[in-house]
Ligand binder design. Structure first.
Ligand code: SF4
Length: 458
């Protein structure tokens, strides 16, 4: 695929704080203290509608890590005590059973994703126990997709063989950066040999898709260091790459206070790091899927994009759409299609509630008809690069959205009329900005939002 030439000035211009749109409305607009009874009722209704049609997706958050990577913004618990695995799995099992009681038919499991934290902190035996708990008494869809996030330092061949035997075919490794100085300052020392071994072993075990997460904007990164990292990554040919912008949020992620801010690249250098990585990946045959994701042309993510079958949820882009994603574990997020909820973020509170037989959902959101329609516009733009408007929404579109599109139209990013919108080839790189024009919650609250809510587009 021919990649358009990007003007750095354009990137600089649109490098504003914007959501990643893994949900709409985005998390800052959710309600605190969600009504648990209303959530349970909505879960039962949506499960009944979605399960028989598409099956369900399950996300399990496995929060433990042996050491703290200082850049990390995830919900994690640092410990070297592996005795915690048992209790955590017992609570997950209880939570799953609580949901199972609200299911009036046998669940059809289409997707399982184990995320973290470090899922490979858990022993292969425990991961087997977890997956068996979920699939026991359930129907596993013939076209299921099971995936896991692995740490290159502690993913063993035994983990991979166990997961493969359970139906896992996708693994995502947190590579982040391969420069030893950068790895040292972010406290994530994982030599290239470990990444190579983990990748080779995943392929040897039979995994058909290996994803790497990379980050640009980390302390001590330079143009040369990122070039070297990307060169090494390209050697290993991961099927998919997520090339994320480092979000510096020391007010919420305390670990980020452990390195000196003067070691962070300047905004100009960060932009250069992104452009360098992007150009190298494009030059090596990777196709830009949108919002930081790249894939080789044989990968399903790319073919799904070509066919207009891409979807987006909390795990980023996916090739399936089940309509119901159930999140289990501390801080896990569920998406029922017309409602979101996130479990309590502290392990102690999560344990306490589940052990007492109460759902641990804490904050969330029930979508209105208007939310559902604008959620669809945003999803269409993010996944297909085009959308069609309902005539009934014209007053809202004219009041909030079209004025936001004036500059992107002048810059050649997007074309629209009162019936439809089309993202241009260049506009594809600014999908988050274009989506934000249709974020009515954001547009209605622009003046009252605090500065530090969303990370910058680059
Ligand atoms: S980056 Fe991953 S491994 Fe490191 S602390 Fe965060 S969740 Fe744990």
């Amino acid at each position: 695929m021919q990649q358009p030439i990007l003007n750095p000035l354009l990137i600089k211009k649109y490098n504003a704080p914007v959501p990643r749109y893994t949900s709409y409305p985005t998390v800052p607009f959710w309600q605190h203290d969600l009504n648990t009874d209303a959530w349970e009722k909505r879960f039962t209704e949506q499960f009944e509608q979605q399960n028989a049609v598409n099956g369900i997706s399950i996300y399990v958050h496995l929060p433990f890590c042996e050491s703290l990577c200082t850049y990390c913004g995830c919900n994690k618990k640092i410990t070297q005590n592996h005795a915690v695995e048992d209790e955590y799995l017992q609570v997950i099992e209880k939570e799953w059973k609580m949901y199972r009681k609200r299911m009036n038919q046998t669940p059809v499991i289409r997707e399982i994703h184990l995320g973290g934290g470090t899922p490979t902190f858990f022993s292969p035996l425990h991961l087997r126990q977890l997956v068996n708990t979920l699939v026991k008494g359930s129907i596993v869809h013939p076209y299921h997709e099971f995936s896991i996030e692995g740490h290159p330092n502690n993913t063993t061949r035994q983990h991979l063989d166990t997961l493969f035997s359970l139906g896992f075919r996708r693994i995502s490794y947190g590579v982040q950066d391969l420069d030893p100085r950068v790895q040292h300052i972010i406290n994530r020392e994982q030599p290239f040999e470990n990444v190579q071994r983990a990748t080779d072993q995943a392929r040897a075990a039979g995994f058909s898709s290996v994803n790497f997460d990379l980050i640009y904007g980390l302390p001590l990164q330079t143009k040369q260091s990122i070039e070297h990292t990307i060169q090494q990554v390209i050697q290993l040919k991961p099927d998919r790459i997520a090339f994320y912008s480092y979000a510096h949020v020391p007010w919420t992620s305390k670990g980020q206070r452990l390195f000196n801010e003067s070691d962070l690249p300047s905004p100009e250098l960060k932009l250069q790091l992104y452009m360098t990585g992007k150009e190298m990946l494009s030059g090596s045959g990777y196709c830009d899927i949108g919002m930081d994701h790249f894939a080789l042309p044989h990968d399903e993510l790319y073919t799904a994009m070509q066919k207009g079958n891409l979807h987006r949820n909390f795990m980023g882009y996916t090739t399936h759409q089940t309509g119901l994603l159930l999140g289990l574990g501390v801080s896990a997020i569920s998406d029922l299609g017309n409602a979101f909820a996130q479990n309590d973020k502290t392990l102690h509170n999560y344990y306490e509630q589940i052990k007492e037989g109460r759902f641990a959902v804490k904050r969330g959101y029930f979508l209105s008809e208007e939310d559902l329609a604008f959620k669809q516009y945003i999803k269409d733009i993010a996944c297909k690069g085009e959308t069609y408007f309902y005539p009934a929404h014209l007053p809202l579109l004219k009041q909030y959205c079209f004025p936001q599109l004036q500059q992107p139209v002048e810059d050649g990013l997007v074309e629209y009329d009162e019936r439809q919108l089309h993202v241009t080839d260049i506009g594809h790189y600014f999908i988050r900005n274009i989506c934000s024009a249709f974020d009515l919650h954001l547009q209605r609250n622009l003046s009252s939002l605090p500065n530090q809510v969303f990370s910058k587009a680059v």
